[in-house]
Ligand binder design. Structure first.
Ligand code: HDD
Length: 711
């Protein structure tokens, strides 16, 4: 089906709010046709403008109020429409209809985001990514407001404003933008041992994804599934990308931030426009209530995962994104998520982080979107009709008929009626609670290092090296030595080699961690509840390393073909066809945007010049065959840019393919004379060179050769 003709109930609903200016006359907001949109009404051609110019006033007034406050966190986002299809019924565990009937398709809207940066910041910041999914189900909207990391920094929502204040730009000078590498963030972290597991994730390459399409999504908290019989199970939600989980290198991320700060936004948009629809498997980890206490951590602690080796993820559905929004503001900016948007069959757990979120999300929409009627904004509307006695408020859209806006009533025949459970009426899961009212943390939450160890130990060698380098980078930006020392002290509880490697580069010794006395009761102070170093019950988890991800597809990868006049069009076309047949994209890069004249006289339109893009924007490069083309690329005017392309791709461990007669470029580049075997460097004369190159692209990167490639 054509992209923008996709059909589903939500898109049909949105269509009724969508307008097009095609072949229409310009009007005011009152529908009056405008005759002159160039000049304001004046007292004489050179005179002052008149207050009575209602056309000018309307236009300027609207413009003056165009901006709304950006999200306090997750300000920078990219949205897409899609569909969720259920492949395996979860009826045994939940009565949520969209999870019961195999084959059922539910419209979704998804918004990916970075957390710390402002709306206009770069996509490639080292950061957590938001992965918020709104399911427009027949029983109302269900929001899974997830992240691309399965744990969180803090255990209790009361610390959220502190965390966010610490990571955001420092309040005196508003520096740095979209970065955690600064004093206040690490000061906070150094005093919050519970953040250490999340810090491992944040310092790993998961924090610099290659694409939104290549990252996982996690609901983080334990939620609850309730079935028809009222039986409850704990559930953890997972999205697993069909393209595998892949990241860029930190050096690359920083460069992409300059060359194309919209890299992820553009990548998502272009993939969907090209019909290359991003897809995820949707999975659940299900835990019977009676097993709640059978783990070496607390299921309610959001700084812990349930290792997949202990409770496997059952894949039950597919999420496909198949349509870009028509209007960024109306859809991606105005969409309002909330973990409390539930449907029958799904409920919360008592995770104290989740509990606090249940307040925050509606509250923030009130200041961000300006009115309790934000649910009436088209993107936020449920596909089933809303019936209740809530009335009025700013910008009310619904025209509720009749005299009655209260309940019970007799005048309105008692409508709208409460729904019984069997009619789909939501009931909170009944749970026996007994306890003392107390402002304290459970002892079962006092284990801050065991899963940080599990994560670190499960990483491959290149991943460990990247993580070390990230910590060194971040902490080297911290100006207060005591903060660096404290973080190193925390790392020592996770892995002594890690602590020593980081310490050495910071010019520090690993010292015993000493947290300053903050004069707060020990049971209220996470530092006071300093966890003992503890081993996790699960020592190693394959699922935590990106090394074990899917590497058998080049779908949607972008390959740069570097060429100039005289290029061998035969070779170009053969490889291009092979690449495109596997749903990857070829972009031509030439010395200028002038048409490139191939050796046989045919013409090629370049998409980029050697200097308006950079190797960091491509997954792999091909230096096209042809002596004349190579000579032009080695001309002093182009040589630096060409070698820069090759050398950077080499440094970032990408696949590079040298076509026939490109020896001059090979020899002048850093690739030359390397003694090691490098499976990602393909020279045209090797057997099945095209296929070898495609295989190398599918591998994403040869991280294990990074050291050699950078020496
Ligand atoms: Fe949050 C936005 C995910 C903890 C308060 N959060 C927001 C978004 C995502 C998450 C993906 C962006 C939604 C969008 O695209 O519009 N947040 C999480 C996850 C958390 C988490 C996975 C922990 C497991 N958040 C969290 C806490 C609080 C908040 C503990 C407050 C107590 N989050 C907010 C917020 C935001 C938000 C301030 C900002 C904009 C919005 O809600 O709509 O209310």
């Amino acid at each position: 089906m054509e992209n923008n003709e996709s059909q589903n109930e939500k898109l049909d609903q949105l269509r009724s709010f969508t307008t097009s200016n095609q072949n229409e006359k310009l009007t005011t907001n009152q529908g009056l046709k405008i005759n002159n949109n160039q000049d304001s009404l004046k007292a004489g051609e050179r005179g002052p403008s008149l207050l009575e110019d209602f056309i000018l006033r309307e236009k300027i007034t609207h413009f003056d109020h165009e901006r709304i406050p950006e999200r306090i966190v997750h300000a920078r986002g990219s949205g897409a429409h899609g569909v969720f299809k259920l492949n395996k019924s979860l009826e045994k565990y939940t009565k949520a209809k969209f999870l019961c009937e195999v084959g059922k398709e539910t419209p979704v809207f998804i918004r990916f985001s970075t957390v710390a940066g402002s709306k206009g910041s770069t996509d490639l910041a080292r950061d957590v990514r938001g992965f918020a999914v709104k399911f427009y189900t027949e029983e109302g909207n269900y929001d899974l407001v997830a992240n691309n990391m399965p744990v969180f920094f803090i255990q209790d929502a009361i610390k959220f404003p502190d965390l966010v204040h610490a990571v955001k730009p420092e309040p005196d000078n508003e520096i740095p933008q979209a970065a955690s590498a600064h004093d206040t963030f690490w000061d906070f972290i150094s005093l919050m041992p519970e953040s250490m597991h999340m810090i491992m994730w944040l310092m790993s390459d998961r924090a610099i994804p290659r694409s939104f399409r290549m990252m996982e999504g996690f609901g983080v908290h334990s939620f609850k599934f309730i079935n028809d019989a009222g039986v409850s199970h704990f559930v953890k939600f997972h999205f697993k990308p069909k393209l595998g989980v892949h990241s860029v290198a930190w050096d690359e991320a920083q460069k992409i931030s300059g060359v194309d700060p919209d890299f992820h936004k553009r990548d998502l948009w272009e993939s969907i426009e090209a019909g290359n629809f991003p897809e995820w498997d949707f999975g659940v980890q299900i835990i019977p209530e009676e097993d709640e206490h059978n783990f070496d951590f607390d299921l309610l602690d959001p700084t812990k995962i349930v290792p997949e080796e202990v409770v496997p993820v059952q894949i039950v559905g597919t999420l496909t994104l198949n349509k870009n929004p028509d209007n960024f503001f109306a859809e991606t900016e105005q969409v309002a998520f909330h973990p409390g948007h539930l449907v029958p069959g799904i409920d919360f757990s008592n995770d104290p982080l989740l509990q606090g979120r249940l307040f925050s999300y509606t509250d923030t929409q009130l200041s961000r979107l300006g009115s309790p009627n934000f649910h009436e904004i088209p993107i936020n509307r449920s596909i089933n009709t809303v019936h209740n006695n809530q009335r009025d408020g700013h910008m009310r859209q619904q025209i509720a008929k009749g005299k009655v806006s209260y309940e019970p009533n007799s005048i309105g025949g008692g409508c709208p009626f409460q729904a019984m459970m069997k009619e789909g009426g939501f009931t909170s899961h009944q749970e026996r609670i007994s306890g003392t009212k107390i402002r304290a943390r459970s002892e079962s939450f006092v284990d801050h290092y065991s899963q940080a160890k599990l994560f670190y130990n499960s990483q491959s060698i290149p991943e460990k090296q990247h993580l070390q380098k990230a910590l060194i980078f971040e902490l080297s930006k911290v100006t207060i030595p005591a903060i660096r020392e404290r973080v190193v002290g925390q790392l020592a509880f996770i892995n002594m080699d890690l602590a020593k490697t980081v310490a050495q580069k910071l010019g520090l010794e690993v010292k015993k961690l000493e947290l300053p006395n903050q004069s707060i009761p020990a049971n209220a102070d996470p530092a006071g509840l300093q966890s003992e170093e503890r081993e996790p019950a699960t020592k190693f988890s394959n699922a935590l390393s990106m090394e074990n991800t899917i590497k058998d597809t080049i779908s949607s990868r972008v390959i740069g073909f570097i060429l100039a006049d005289g290029v061998d069009i035969g070779d170009v076309n053969v490889l291009k066809t092979k690449i495109e047949s596997q749903k990857a994209r070829v972009d031509f890069i030439a010395p200028s945007l002038a048409l490139v004249k191939a050796g046989d006289g045919s013409l090629i339109t370049p998409k980029h010049t050697l200097t308006n893009t950079a190797s960091v924007c491509f997954d792999a490069i091909y230096i096209c065959s042809g002596e004349n083309s190579v000579n032009e690329l080695l001309d002093p005017e182009n040589k630096y840019a060409v070698l820069n392309f090759v050398n950077e791709a080499y440094k970032h461990c990408k696949a590079i393919y040298f076509g026939a007669e490109t020896d001059g470029i090979y020899k002048a580049s850093n690739v030359n004379n390397k003694k090691h075997e490098d499976p990602a460097i393909i020279i045209s004369y090797v057997e099945n060179a095209d296929e070898e190159f495609i295989k190398a692209v599918a591998q994403h990167r040869v991280w294990e050769l990074e050291k050699e490639r950078n020496s």
